[in-house]
Design a binder for this molecule. Structure first.
Ligand code: NAP
Length: 313
């Protein structure tokens, strides 16, 4: 029997996702009718979703077996009281690769002090710097050891950065010193020269990086945030940059997106703003994850990457 799959992830995404989804569903052996519009919501079996998509009230989709999010983060949907169906987030192997590239790129930029030369092509031969540290002398705190944090942490460890990872539950990840719990967070940040934030936004993680925790880091440390904007106390961050405790912050995510043109981050000399581009879901690989979850739903197997609503991620 054929299943009805409703693509409710925004009209702008439909052209890029339609063919990959059709192909992935066929490869998974799922007979499906895929559509970007519905007349009878009660006949929809699976909803492919992203925040800002077509649905805010899931009530009419009362027979849907799952809502399959195209994004990794679910903070804008997990609290929707009308959403009673299983909710799955996206763990896309290509998005993970893209995040590894972005995080390693930002960490190496700060580690190597690349800006000094790239931004000053002015005829001055700046050869008077002290010998810079090599990676093994530059401790990194990786906050979050999920799909993305583990991959990024291991890539940095492979370059010899001493990586301390932090997560809610205790982990064992080759090459990474793993800590958990609130005390573990303080220990992970203590003396860190670079902190990378890859935890989800939940009630527990808001303002995770506050003034007290920033002060635990090594003087002149760097912050790289591809996680979510509210993970950082913005006022504390600016104070730490102005006071010299932090040397630079590279921020990809913000409390308000797009970041308003008048926001102080844009003009701050020690802040780099990127417009939520650290890594995006890629249609070809994400379609396979969606199709596999529909196949699982139809065969009674547990869904991949199902969100735990009580945890919020
Ligand atoms: P994930 O697999 O769910 O991993 C989340 C990690 O954070 C896990 O290690 C989890 O601990 C930890 N964590 C959650 N709450 C915690 C808490 N209260 N205390 C300590 N650790 C906690 O998520 P992911 O796929 O790696 O993605 C992480 C985040 O990256 C997403 O939620 C999203 O916000 C962001 N993201 C951004 C972009 C971008 O382009 N900027 C792209 C994709 C994703 P456990 O392992 O114990 O559960």
């Amino acid at each position: 029997m054929s299943v009805n799959v409703y693509f409710a992830a925004g009209a702008a995404h439909w052209p890029a996702y339609r063919a990959p989804l059709e192909q992935a569903l066929a490869e998974a052996g799922v007979e499906a009718v895929l559509s970007d519009s519905v007349d009878r919501p009660e006949e929809v079996d699976y909803i492919v979703f992203s925040p800002g998509g077509e649905i805010s009230d899931f009530g009419p989709y009362r027979n849907a077996k799952a809502v399959l999010n195209l994004w990794a983060g679910v903070e804008n949907i997990v609290g929707n009281a009308t959403l009673t169906q299983p909710l799955c987030r996206m763990v896309d192997p290509a998005m993970t690769e893209g995040m590894v590239e972005w995080v390693v790129g930002q960490v190496l930029r700060h580690h190597l002090g690349t800006d000094l030369h790239v931004l000053n092509q002015d005829g001055i031969w700046r050869h008077d710097r002290a010998v810079p540290p090599i990676a093994r002398e530059r401790p990194v705190a990786m906050l979050g050891l999920g799909a993305l944090g583990q991959a990024c942490g291991q890539a940095l460890a492979a370059l010899n950065f001493p990586v301390t990872g932090w997560s809610r539950s205790q982990k064992e990840v080759p090459g990474i010193r793993c800590l958990s719990g609130r005390a573990g967070l303080d220990e992970a940040l203590s003396g860190a020269q670079i902190a990378v934030l890859l935890v989800p936004l939940t009630a527990e993680t808001e303002n995770l990086l506050d003034a007290r925790r920033i002060a635990l880091m090594a003087p002149g440390a760097f912050v790289v945030n591809p996680g979510r904007g509210p993970l950082i106390d913005d006022a504390a961050l600016i104070a730490a940059l102005d006071g010299g405790q932090l040397a630079h912050a590279t921020l990809d995510v913000f409390r308000e997106e797009p970041l308003p043109p008048a926001h102080p981050f844009w003009a701050h000399p020690k802040v780099t703003v990127t417009p939520h581009v650290a890594s995006e879901t890629r249609p070809a690989t994400a379609a396979r994850v969606i199709a596999e979850n529909i196949r699982r739903g139809e065969t009674g197997a547990p869904f991949l990457h199902q969100v735990d609503r009580t945890r919020g991620y």
